[in-house]
Design a protein around this ligand. Structure first.
Ligand code: FES
Length: 619
């Protein structure tokens, strides 16, 4: 039995058929644009999958829904999509979502175009009674001559891939004898596709930073190396959960894995389509996609079960650089395109970190520096040309705005900065829009300010009623006892606050990262005085206020003046690897320079973690 579900999402209205008694979240998951927040992956834990029932029949709220929603919300028709079941035709309204503010710029350098993937225009000899060689041989000879002329004889392929044989046969039968040249996509010793050369054909590449939260794509010209445009979006797999562990759980069944795989390939393909259109190019002009992502994201993209990454000894199915046909990976509509998956170090230090290390040249640098990518997992690399050690800390999603009651991603309206002015606590939001929640940088700022104003003590406890009497009235008035403990309001009118549980979640996250830094220094046998620089990568790192980060003990204060914010280093690395073979090989060298330190088996990490839980005394 089925019912009709009418969905209002901004100006868009959609009417779909849904299974009777199915969960709303599953029905919405079928719509690419529905984008309902579900950081806990639909497990009724986060309370973020709110929507409004306009009319119709849903199951009555159970005690879990009553716990996660207030009585006022329930009576206003607010429901949780992962708990409410569809019991009849219904009409629902999704919450307005702010535009995601995604850091796409990275440490850009001029990269000389010398790509691994080439579009080679050739005129093979037509077959004749005098030359009865097979089509493949005649094509390979023509390509070898052309590559020799363009000073890249080492790229000459030795075979035509199976999937390209029908195109080769069609070209040789219909076009070759007419004198029309062929266009062959050549990569790693093989021809991936053959077709008649289209007038105005171009060779374009796409560098992709495939993050758990966001996806950033940059289009480049593989002949000139010119950057043609970039696009960023929230990862379309987000409805399966905010962190890699939820995605791994969602991919346990073959259908789940396929659903995650197809979501991300269609998202990247549609971003690529939009970028090629904007550049006035044809979809077929895209011949290379280089992808950097964490190890789980690359497994999901490749359709490889990632479950072992979540279990000790955390072994992935693959880590090495892969060059595949994009069509074989499920990129529909890109028959001649190659997909390069960049190499990773371990289950939790992936190709995104390797690409970032390559982009900033850490593996070739004198001295020793830190490279931090702070997201759901805080990945930390430390070293230089003498070798790099890496670790991953399970920081949890607090700095991504998940796991925080009023947390949100870096979207319009997110509180991203907090400061004290004339004795009052003030805040700023992304896009100067009315506050909708608190993102990672706002959380760090708020904690630093609350510590300075003594609203939170150095153990992370929000002050009690007695202690509040000693505070200036304006500050004391910010604290209120909630049903689950005290909360500190930032915007009372809009109900935006940090709860005691939020402070604890942030404490766990910052302690994990700080302890990771301590442990790598201990493994290297060095002190903070011997650290040259600390590179901060990623969206959160780019927005982070270094003073606040050192105030709460997330970063060592000794390194405050050595912090360099590098933005989307992973995306910059993927793009450079797409344009240049040397940069691609540099990724392999960076990966070879890295060794992984497993923190879960180190007692010194656990000790440091406990020690770093406290907030530091003011400087
Ligand atoms: S509570 Fe519904 S997705 Fe988390």
């Amino acid at each position: 039995m089925t019912h009709r579900l009418k969905i209002h999402a901004g100006l868009r209205v959609e009417d779909i058929e849904v299974e009777a008694d199915g969960r709303l979240i599953d029905a919405l998951a079928k719509l690419d644009h529905s984008r309902i927040d579900s950081p806990c992956g639909g497990k009724a834990l986060c309370g973020k999958c709110r929507l409004k029932l306009i009319s119709g029949r849903l199951s009555a709220p159970d005690e879990r829904e009553a716990r996660l929603l207030s009585a006022a919300e329930l009576s206003a028709g607010i429901r949780l999509a992962c708990l409410a079941r569809i019991e009849g035709d219904a009409e629902v309204e999704l919450p307005e979502r702010g535009e995601a503010s995604i850091i796409s710029a990275g440490p850009e350098t001029v990269v000389e175009a010398d790509p691994l993937v080439r579009l080679v225009a050739v005129m093979p000899e037509p077959s004749s009674l005098e030359n009865q060689s097979d089509d493949e041989t005649r094509l390979l000879e023509a390509i070898a001559r052309e590559l020799s002329r363009s000073h890249a004889p080492e790229l000459a392929p030795s075979r035509v891939a199976l999937g390209a044989l029908p195109g080769l046969a069609r070209y040789c039968r219909d076009q070759c004898a007419l004198g029309s040249p062929a266009a062959a996509v050549v990569v790693d010793g093989a021809v991936l596709s053959v077709e008649a050369l289209r007038p105005g054909a171009r060779a374009l590449g796409l560098g992709v930073d495939l993050g758990t939260t966001t996806v950033v794509c940059r289009l480049v010209d593989l002949v000139s190396g010119e950057r043609l445009g970039s696009r960023s979006d929230l990862n379309a797999q987000r409805s399966f959960g905010a962190d890699v562990i939820s995605r791994i759980a969602a991919a346990e069944s073959a259908e789940g894995l396929e659903s995650l795989r197809s979501r991300i390939t269609s998202q990247i393909a549609s971003m690529a389509r939009a970028l090629t259109e904007e550049a006035g190019a044809a979809r077929e002009d895209l011949v290379s996609i280089a992808i950097a992502g964490n190890t789980t994201m690359l497994h999901l993209l490749a359709g490889a079960p990632p479950d072992a990454i979540a279990r000790t000894p955390f072994t992935p199915v693959f880590l090495g650089r892969r060059v595949e046909s994009a069509a074989a990976l499920g990129f529909v509509g890109h028959p001649g395109c190659a997909a390069i998956l960049l190499p990773g170090v371990s289950g939790y230090v992936g190709a995104d970190i390797v690409a970032g290390i390559m982009a900033i040249g850490l593996h070739e640098a004198e001295g020793r520096s830190f490279f931090l990518d702070l997201g759901t997992n805080g990945e930390i690399a430390f070293g230089g040309k003498a070798g790099i050690i890496c670790c991953a800390t399970a920081a949890g999603p607090a700095f991504e705005g998940a796991g925080i009651e009023k947390g949100t991603g870096g979207v319009t309206g997110a509180i991203d900065s907090v400061w004290v002015e004339d004795g009052s606590i003030r805040f700023g939001t992304i896009g100067n829009a009315p506050a909708t929640g608190i993102c990672g940088s706002g959380l760090v700022d708020a904690l630093a300010v609350f510590l300075d104003c003594r609203l939170v003590d150095d153990t992370g406890r929000v002050v009690d009623e007695d202690e509040r009497r000693a505070l200036p009235p304006a500050l004391a008035a910010m604290v209120e006892e909630g049903p689950r403990g005290p909360v500190v309001f930032l915007d009372r009118g809009r109900g935006i606050y940090l709860s005691q549980a939020d402070v604890r979640a942030a404490q766990l996250a910052k302690a994990a990262i700080a302890a990771g830094i301590d442990t790598l220094l201990r493994v290297a046998g060095l002190g903070l005085g011997e650290v040259d620089r600390l590179y901060l990568a990623g969206g959160f790192g780019s927005l982070l206020d270094v003073r606040s980060a050192t105030r709460i003990g997330l970063l060592p204060p000794e390194l405050a003046d050595r912090v360099i914010v590098v933005g989307n280093a992973s995306g910059a690395g993927a793009t450079a690897a797409c344009i240049s073979r040397r940069r691609l090989e540099d990724c392999d060298r960076a990966r070879a320079a890295c060794s992984y330190v497993e923190l879960s088996s180190r007692p010194d990490f656990n000790e440091a973690y406990v020690e770093r839980m406290m907030f530091p005394e003011p400087a």
